[in-house]
Design a protein around this ligand. Sequence first.
Ligand code: FES
Length: 162
Amino acid sequence: MEENKCECGCNGKDEFLNSLCEKYLPIKDNLIQILNEVQEHYGYIPMNAQKVLSEFLNVPMAEIYGVVTFYSRFTLKPKGKYNIAVCLGTACYVKGSQKIMDRLKERLKIEPGETTADGKFSIEETRCVGACGLAPVFTVNGEVYGKATVQLLDKVLDELSK
Ligand code: FES
């Protein structure tokens, strides 16, 4: 019988997870760094990856889930082709960013953390993205749109929907 090279819990079935288990030492301190790589690779943190990491790092699943849901950069569902994030940090909020979020939800018919059925758009709430001078701000795949208005959002959505 062929011996499995990987001892981390993925049984060598997932090449990417296998490579992470070879790259990192199995210590809890590496959890965030490994989750960053998983998020970047898959676009979200799949349940299977949480199970593998739980076994590899000897960290309970509930703790991994807690970390994934605490940090906004991690998501449990795949993001859309265009991920639109509205800043609800103080500077943006007082300049009306909630109106932009409301319009976004109304147009795409999804809530923050969700992705449209066609996989094209996802939306999320963020806290300060470091562009308070341009408040209110939203981003599309990390590109900042400052001095945002509902009209600007509509224009961007129309453009991306083509
Ligand atoms: S509060 Fe929105 S960029 Fe700082």
